[in-house]
Design a protein around this ligand. Structure first.
Ligand code: UDX
Length: 451
């Protein structure tokens, strides 16, 4: 008995395995900060490219996986790249864990491995080593359910679907329409990945960076269908006291520019860390923003415009037209931007981190989803939570201008702002002592201590 108690006291280290992309690194490091504040030591086993900056997390240990310095090209083939990455990393993961075990104090064992769900190889490896593992889903619960339903939708002949069905509601997945489904181009190989990696209903416990009041019905369905403990403990960036985990340098000069703008007047525009546009779309966005006559802060990330080195391609005429009314940066301190009093709207690709960050600050959105879960998130933002509107079809300057006007100065936008304010208030309650996310966090901590 005493031996067992001693063993438990010693199991203090949690090993985190992030998927090497910004939108995945942020939440797993936030989770690491939460667990560190609860007394766990944290080791991050990570790829050598897109690697987190250890100096921003001095309390964590970082162990790079050998031979992982080149990134698979996710813009070409997401599924094949994910599979390849899992195969490559599997080979060196055990070696890394052995290193972790030999480096740490002799009285400290590994309590568990928490891996991004896309790093699914970690689960099998943990099992081999007889270590508990927990999966972190960085997207939301609705996307998780929609993705898991794809196999059956295919078996029933619902997907792929003709254009004429794109606006129809998907059976059992209200409010999603067929066009909102998180389908990737190479459907067969994507479904093979879903079935292999994500649809094992008796796998490990799952952590979601989501909030019970936002996704109660999806979470209940998952709890009913999956035979594992689940933890909805978002928004983790609000629970964790964490420094930035940006892979690109944040241009903080935009905060001084925001200080000069009037309250709720600025539309903030960012398509996250993966989505991209072509030159034509860039021009449409630029002129949509200019013609709206609304102040804007626009993130044009390096590499986000296909074939060009970004901001330099914006014409002199455009720059003259906007004058001081627009501010363009390569990467922004997004959470600070969204919390700034001058920001009144967010034109976003609806990555789940951006969506949650916007909800936390009570900022209504214009949704311009590009890939996978973003379409699900956009539908929930506009149709279910009613804190945004969706910009559909080709990106076109007239439509962009109209959407900005509707959101920033229209009556419809005012109603969305009111709803967004209510969501923000609810978020505050969930993260306080006794709130749903606060309680989930404590349940998770207890579970890890019990391993
Ligand atoms: C990816 C997927 O695309 C997304 O759909 C999924 O939900 C998570 O993984 P990404 O596209 O980068 O993420 O979007 P998002 O989830 O919004 O994450 C981007 C993160 O980068 C956010 O935390 C945001 O605050 C941060 N960011 C973005 C900045 O700090 N500065 C910027 O200028 C832009």
């Amino acid at each position: 008995m005493e031996e067992q108690g001693k063993r438990r006291r010693c199991l203090r280290r949690v090993v985190l395995v992030p998927f090497p992309f910004q939108g995945h690194i942020n939440p797993i490091l936030q989770l690491g900060s939460i667990l560190h504040s609860k007394g766990f030591s944290i080791t991050v086993v990570h790829a050598q490219y897109n690697s987190p900056d250890p100096s921003s997390h001095p309390d964590f240990s970082f162990v790079p996986l050998p031979n992982t310095s080149s990134a698979p090209d996710f813009t070409v083939e997401i599924v094949a790249s994910t599979v390849q990455l899992n195969t490559n990393y599997k080979a060196c993961f055990q070696e890394c864990l052995a290193q972790v075990m030999s480096q740490q104090g002799s009285d400290e064992g590994i309590a568990c491995i928490i891996h991004d769900e896309l790093m699914y190889f970690s689960q099998a490896e943990a099992k081999d080593l007889k270590l508990p593992s927990i999966s972190l889903t960085v997207g939301n619960a609705a996307h998780f359910l929609a993705r898991s339903a794809l196999i059956q939708l295919k078996a029933e002949g619902h997907i792929p679907f003709p254009e004429s069905k794109s606006q129809d509601l998907v059976p059992e997945l209200y409010p999603l329409r067929f066009k909102d489904l998180p389908i990737l181009e190479k459907l067969e190989s994507y479904l093979a990945l879903v079935s292999k990696a994500f649809n094992n209903k008796a796998s490990s416990p799952i952590i979601y960076n989501t909030i019970d009041f936002l996704e109660n019905s999806s979470l209940k369905k998952i709890q009913h269908q999956w035979q594992v403990p689940i933890f909805a403990m978002g928004p983790m960036h609000r629970i964790a006291s964490t420094s930035s985990s940006s892979l690109l340098e944040e241009d903080t000069s935009c905060l001084a520019w925001l200080d000069k703008q009037s309250c709720k007047s600025v539309i903030y525009v960012s398509l996250g860390s993966v989505a991209f546009m072509d030159i034509k779309e860039l021009a449409e966005m630029a002129w949509g923003l200019a013609n709206s006559h609304q102040p804007f802060l626009w993130v044009v990330r390096p590499g986000s415009v296909l074939g060009e080195e970004l901001i330099e391609v914006l014409s002199e005429e455009f720059k003259k037209n906007i004058g001081e009314r627009g501010y363009i940066v390569k990467w922004a301190p997004q959470k600070k931007v969204l919390a700034h009093v001058a920001v009144g709207g967010f034109l976003s690709h609806c990555g789940w981190n951006s969506t949650l960050e916007s909800i936390c600050e009570g900022i209504p959105m214009i949704c311009r989803p590009c890939l996978v879960d973003q379409k699900v998130n956009a539908r929930y933002v506009s149709h279910e939570w009613r804190v945004g509107l969706e910009l559909e079809g080709d990106l076109e300057r007239g439509e962009i201008k109209r959407a900005i006007k509707t959101l920033m100065v229209g009556e419809e936008g005012e109603a969305m702002r009111e709803e967004a304010k209510k969501l923000k208030e609810n978020v505050e309650l969930c993260i306080k002592e006794g709130g749903s996310s606060y309680n989930s966090m404590n349940r998770l901590v207890e579970m890890i201590r019990s391993f």
